[in-house]
Design a protein around this ligand. Structure first.
Ligand SMILES: [Zn+2]
Length: 113
């Protein structure tokens, strides 16, 4: 049910964006899902489709873009691609890696008309 509550929040933000644009309906939504966000894109898309009727996003094309994770080692500065969390630096094995990207869920584009 994680995706359902996320979808609800996303739809609210899309509705706000549509209102700001003066759009009556939304034709296209592009969402960016970080690969370590814990969000299953297919589940999120399904939840959005279930909840969209009655909102401006009804019938909109939903595009989900998977964005890669990025981490930087706080000890040696090495940048690398973490495949899980917590991750250790591949160069110095320090566990002090800082995740720079990969946990986000962003609304990249809302195209209204
Ligand atoms: Zn390191």
């Amino acid at each position: 049910m994680h995706e359902a509550s996320l979808a609800q929040a996303v739809l609210e933000r899309i509705e706000e964006a549509a209102t700001t644009q003066g759009a009556v309906r939304v034709v296209r939504i592009v969402l960016e899902v970080g690969e370590l966000s814990g969000v299953v894109p297919e589940a999120l898309e399904l939840a959005l489709r279930c909840l969209a009727p009655g909102t401006p996003a009804q019938g909109a094309e939903i595009v989900l873009v998977r964005s890669p994770a990025r981490a930087r080692c706080a000890a040696c500065g090495e940048r690398f691609h973490p495949s899980w969390l917590p991750c250790a630096c591949p160069r110095c094995a320090s566990p002090a890696a800082v995740l720079e990207a990969g946990q986000e869920l962003l609304i990249r584009e809302v195209e209204g008309e």
